[in-house]
Design a protein around this ligand. Sequence first.
Ligand SMILES: [Zn+2]
Length: 190
Amino acid sequence: MGVTVSFTPQMEKRLTRRAARMIGQSVRQFPELRNMKIHVGHTKAKLGVAFIPRAFRPPLYIRLRVRGLTHNTIGHELTHLLQGLTKLPPPEGVPAWEPVPIGETQCDIWTLARSDLFCDDAPTYLRMPRAVRDNWRHYARLVRSLCVEAIRQRPVRRTYIRWLESQIAELPEHSPVSRSDAPEQLSLSL
Ligand SMILES: [Zn+2]
């Protein structure tokens, strides 16, 4: 039932226990990919690469850079696989899924919306102010919920990406005080 993940010899040489664990955790967020085989190669040049399948010829193939690997990058490449697969009839035993529209920004939006796991780094293509990108840890959950809302609005709002990016641009400059940052302020709010 699970996804079968295999690695190229080049990737096996570089794969760390941490990277293998991150890939396993990420793949589990994609029930659409169950029963499928994913082959993972290595790239030095980029964060990651996905080969969007145009015909269903397993295994599916992505490449990742191990150094500095984030869940967000793994999720982004796996979402690219879905972008290709949505054009194909679902394999037997896998329920039909909602199509993920083609495009890099779309890929970022659907990746963040999918799981908190993919909030560990700012996405590459979704436009956001410097202050949000530089303080991503503080804004990640807010941006993620805006992505979920944008996907919800997409059927009735053709300009949902512009809407989303304008909402992100309007986020308050200082992120809400979090428990770890200022416990004394938290007690005052009572
Ligand atoms: Zn991409």
